[in-house]
Design a binder for this molecule. Structure first.
Ligand code: PRX
Length: 633
């Protein structure tokens, strides 16, 4: 039986079923997977605690549901196509059969180094097939992977290693990204100066860069693979055993480790992949995200492979060696579904339509967007020039915490409306609430987006700190999961995501907590206090604007600004580097001492028309100084 929805009526029926009998709905989908032991109860939940168990007490291994389940029909089908950074270099195609052997070998290799079920393994790697192999090998042996985007700094990496007490780090010598060669092993070495947990580092040779290998700790990838068997008996996992941890930024403190578990994540990523992208058996699907983000987990690796798809992985960047690289790849592999981020579209829009028109994109059937609200201009450009006006565009709203796509058109089924994520997937029950938590029903309403019923791939906890999970997601509105996003339901009942309503900035589709950037800035010895806000940025969606008080410094503002930018880059990574730093004499504060970010946001957005009432400020005189000194060019 296929669980692919084929028309709008079908969608309405399935949606209805999923809301009226969620347990029946999800258990029917789950039935087609291989279980070593079936569940006692489909769902056991309480959003107060919060506690959510799907497929309670069932036993399985997720990788058996990719390989053992599919090999009889998919052994010779291409599972992964890999396109290297350098277009002249050889690409790689791995069939399901070959991928399975590679995973078993690496699973055996990790085990031989002492990695056991439940151990945490950090993956800090470039976009190469070995990264996906490493994730799946972890799932095979029951180790919990935590992929860290290879653009993060040593200190950000060390924080994550320490938080999850990782036993092993998988990395490469270097990382090709466009015309850059990033020395990632050196970053790992530096991170490990601040960490005691890691016993082994396994290093893949990618760039051939000379690296320092610490005897007894560091091993070459090929070395650990030597003599390993291509067979591996999968570890038996409980449905709620941890599959992975993925760190993400929130509005307070350090990044938190979002925990996803095995069975629910498997069922939901499979189902959402199939339905949103309307994948057909011989299609070539490409998601251009990095595996360091949730999109890469759910829709490069797990969802597509569980659905028996051919998934393309690209090592490079959209503009190297030319601004048509994405489109060249679409032509080369006759890509049928292409999934990217609005920031990439906006960056490519700058080059005009010539690089798009040079290539044959007629294979494309579906185009997709993820990571931030897609503005109408980018939507139309993408739809018209890439999709040639006849590919459905799926604007998929979801989060690291949701594990899979929650609100999105189903390609070719849900009528497209520019910049609208549109309708919830079956099984997803979004509600719009006002500040008091009252549900706003009907159309033409705007408020905060919550989800009122569990879905299988939802966050289970924040690693090592369950209270934080409760406080962040389940305490704002009683009995609901709060997303942190604002949303509008229009006159047709379509949902349009309005962006974050908390102190989270979305830079090029990457989430940054303002507090996290402020903490990094405050490390500067001359900084007394800082405040960070987002402002509209033409390409990145939002840019980071930082205000800092450096009263006693004898350095010039220019020097301080540069030092602060470099410091943030060093502490978090290049993606967090502020676009603007403004040295100020004070920050606008309420009488209770809270920074009035609303005013700073207005200044950063160059929108000085209506600053609102500033008379209630403790120090209203600083506002004029801030406006005078603002970087408004
Ligand atoms: O604000 C929403 C925005 O990205 C946030 C989630 O970020 P992250 O956990 O990094 O996951 C990104 C990839 C799933 C959301 O809270 N966001 C994501 N997709 C969309 C979006 N905003 C508007 N429209 C979208 N399609």
């Amino acid at each position: 039986m296929s669980y692919r929805i084929t028309n709008l009526r079908d969608y309405a029926n399935e949606y209805h079923k999923s809301v009226t009998s969620p347990e029946k709905f999800w258990s029917e989908i789950a039935e087609q997977f291989d279980w070593k032991k079936k569940w006692d109860q489909v769902l056991n939940w309480d959003f107060e605690t919060p506690q959510v168990n799907w497929f309670e007490n069932a036993e399985l291994n997720l990788t058996e549901n990719i390989f053992e389940r599919l090999l009889p029909t998919h052994k010779n089908k291409t599972a992964i196509i890999w396109e290297p950074n350098d277009p002249e270099a050889d690409s790689i195609k791995l069939t399901y059969g070959e991928l399975f052997k590679a995973i078993c070998k690496f699973a055996n290799a990790m085990k031989s180094q002492g990695v056991k079920k439940g151990d945490r393994v950090i993956i800090y790697m470039p976009m190469v097939p070995e990264a996906a192999i490493a994730m799946l090998a972890c799932a095979r042996i029951g180790a919990v992977h935590s992929v860290v985007f290879a653009g993060f700094s040593a200190s950000a990496l060390a924080d994550r290693i320490n938080d999850c007490e990782a036993k092993m780090v998988l990395t490469s010598d270097g990382n090709f990204r466009g015309n850059k060669n990033i020395p990632v092993k050196a970053v790992v070495d530096e991170a490990l100066n601040h960490s005691d947990f890691v016993e082994n580092v396994i290093v893949l040779k990618r760039t051939g860069e000379k690296v320092k290998m610490t005897p007894g700790r560091d091993l070459w990838w090929e070395e650990v693979l030597e003599g390993q068997s291509e067979q591996h008996e999968a570890e038996v996992m409980n449905a709620e055993d941890l599959l992975f941890i993925l760190y993400t930024s929130g509005s307070t403190g350090k990044p938190k480790g979002v925990v996803h578990t095995t069975a629910g994540y498997m069922v939901f990523t499979y189902y959402s992949f199939l339905n949103v992208f309307q994948y057909d058996a011989d299609d070539v699907y490409w998601c251009s995200a990095d595996i360091g983000w949730i999109t890469g987990h759910s829709y490069i690796v797990y969802g597509p492979l569980l659905a028996g798809a051919t998934t393309l992985m690209f090592e490079g960047v959209p503009t190297y060696p030319h601004a048509g690289r994405f489109w060249e790849i679409v032509e080369k592999y006759k890509v049928n579904q292409f999934y990217t981020a609005p920031t990439a579209i906006r960056a490519l829009q700058v080059y005009g339509t010539e690089p798009v028109e040079k290539f044959d994109l007629s294979s494309l059937k579906v185009i997709g967007s993820v990571g931030e609200p897609i503005n109408e201009e980018a939507w139309h450009w993408y739809h018209e020039h890439v999709g040639k006006g006849n590919c459905p565009l799926v604007d998929t709203w979801w989060q690291t915490e949701t594990g899979g796509i929650m609100i999105s058109p189903l390609a070719g089924i849900t009528p497209n409306k520019p910049a609208h994520a549109s309708l919830p997937l079956p099984g997803v029950q979004p509600v719009i609430v006002d500040a008091e938590g009252n549900e706003l029903t009907g159309n033409n309403v705007e408020g905060n987006l919550c989800i009122k019923y569990p879905w299988p791939s939802m966050i289970r906890t924040t690693y090592g700190d369950h209270q934080r999970c409760k406080d962040t997601y389940f305490s704002s509105y009683k009995g609901m999961y709060f997303t942190g996003d604002g949303v509008k339901r229009d006159h047709d009942g379509y949902l349009r995501i309005l962006g974050r309503v908390d102190d989270v900035i979305n830079v090029s589709g990457h989430r940054m907590g303002t507090a996290e950037v402020e903490n990094a800035i405050d490390e500067h010895p001359d900084v007394v206090e800082s405040a960070v806000v987002g402002y509209p940025h033409e390409i990145k969606g939002q840019g980071i604007y930082a205000f800092a008080i450096c009263d006693a410094s004898d350095k010039s503002d220019q020097i301080l600004e540069d030092e602060i930018k470099q410091l943030v880059r060093k502490i978090i990574g290049p993606i967090a580097k502020p676009e603007h730093v403004q040295i100020v004499s004070g920050l606008p504060k309420t009488r209770s001492g809270k920074i009035m970010r609303r005013i700073l946001r207005k200044v950063a957005s160059r929108d000085l028309s209506n600053l609102g009432d500033i008379s209630t400020l403790l120090n209203s005189e600083v506002v004029e100084d801030i406006i005078k000194g603002a970087n408004l060019d």
